[in-house]
Design a protein around this ligand. Structure first.
Ligand code: ATP
Ligand code: SF4
Ligand code: MG
Length: 373
């Protein structure tokens, strides 16, 4: 940044500083954010490493650059929450890890997904099928679409075990009963003989979770797992995730729009914007000391019990077009702190702590100087 740019930035910042909402100290109360979890992640054991992943889709309108360099790690027994506005690439990230991107129209252009010393992007369909549902399981938003309405729950639960793990019918049934007990379904023996429509929405999601866990995966990916459920049931399902993690040590990637959910069960948070992880950190770092203006905006736009509705501060504007994403910071058009450099060059990643990283020009020493003036 040259002197003129600094001066411009300085003027811009001064002009806009009044407009910028003061940051909420936290969305949740201290007690809720800091609530004791039932288990502790093991940060010495990395389960998954996503490295500079680029994924795009060919469409009639052109190429959608859905992921533009996504990187993060996941450790044993931890829950990483992935948050961000609609269309930022959360589901594409999950589906790419799970090998569910239809190719074509999708294409993994570059990057690696390292899991158990294998790069999942390089596996063929047959090898990937051995990973799906066995080592890595996925839970989707709508439990009804994940279940086959014409098959009894028992058959659906044991299918994965019988296909992948060569266990006898009796053993598979025993395991299914055990899993239904774990996920809190009463009378499991009886319930195995029933069809999905005989269960409530919350119970169906519990069954989906049981199916996802029956082969004892190391990684569970949950894409908006509670969105279709009512609030009380949501809380029970989240509690269930916590219990399951304590029992099995499974690592979880939890995709959600709901920062309340994040505050309850995440260990770390990755904030995505326009196909990139723009901030990642420990839950407390992201909640109490967010550094990216988008993260700050996201936190300011969450309903809080202590604020009236009119005090909510939605983020103005819309995310960029992923057919032709900006070369600089994708948040520049909406950012109250945007400087000239932001539009021209994508900011590098600044490591604020061992866990906290952010992509923003405000971390540049010269920009810090602007803010102190
Ligand atoms: N099969 C596809 N064909 C074309 N574009 C796609 C396809 N799947 C995803 N995309 C595009 O990729 C981008 C990222 O989509 P993605 O579904 O990952 O968003 P998301 O963050 O999960 O959003 P939401 O919160 O609404 O679920 C979007 O622009 C979307 O339109
Ligand atoms: S890089 Fe610039 S535009 Fe992007 S978030 Fe930071 S200050 Fe705003
Ligand atoms: Mg999605």
């Amino acid at each position: 940044m040259n002197e003129q740019q600094l001066a411009n930035a300085n003027a811009l910042v001064k002009e806009r500083q009044e407009e910028v909402p003061s940051l909420p100290k936290a969305v949740m109360t201290e007690k809720k954010v800091g609530q004791k979890r039932k288990r502790q992640p093991d940060y010495s054991e990395k389960v998954l490493a996503v490295e500079d992943l680029h994924v795009s889709f060919k469409t009639f309108g052109g190429e959608v650059q859905a992921l533009r360099g996504v990187s993060f790690d996941l450790y044993k027994g931890e829950t990483l929450a992935v948050v961000g506005e609609s269309g930022c690439g959360k589901s594409v990230t999950a589906n790419t890890i799970m090998g569910l991107i239809p190719q074509p129209p999708g294409r993994i252009k570059s990057g690696r997904i390292l899991f158990k010393n294998k790069d999942l992007t390089k596996l063929d369909k047959a090898a990937m099928r051995k990973v799906q549902g066995v080592d890595i399981s996925m839970i989707f938003q709508d439990p009804m679409t994940a279940l086959n309405p014409t098959l009894k729950i028992g058959e659906q639960l044991t299918e994965g075990l019988r296909t992948h793990q060569n266990v006898s019918k009796a053993e598979a049934r025993k395991k299914a009963v055990e899993l239904l007990e774990i996920v809190g379904i009463p009378n499991p023996e009886e319930r195995l003989k029933q069809y999905p429509h005989q269960f409530s929405g919350g119970m169906r999601q519990r069954i989906v979770i049981a199916i996802a866990l029956i082969c004892e995966p190391e990684l569970l990916i949950a894409d908006e797992p509670t969105t279709a459920l009512d609030v009380t049931i949501q809380a029970q399902i989240l509690e269930l995730f916590d219990e399951i993690q304590a029992r099995t040590g499974v690592s979880i990637i939890l995709i959600t729009h709901d920062l309340g959910v994040v505050a309850k069960i995440a260990d770390r948070i990755a904030v995505m914007y326009a196909g990139k992880v723009i901030e990642i950190g420990d839950k407390r770092e992201v909640f109490y000391s967010p550094q990216h203006p988008y993260t700050k905006g996201l936190l300011a736009s969450v309903p809080r019990l202590d604020l009236k509705e009119e005090e909510l501060q939605p983020i103005e504007g819309t995310p960029p077009d992923l057919f032709a994403p900006p070369i600089g910071c994708p948040f520049a058009a909406r950012c109250p702190f945007a400087m000239e450099v932001c539009e021209r060059v994508y900011p590098g990643t600044t490591e604020l702590s061992e866990t906290h990283k952010v992509d923003c020009w405000l971390q540049d020493e010269r920009a810090k100087h602007v803010f102190q003036m």
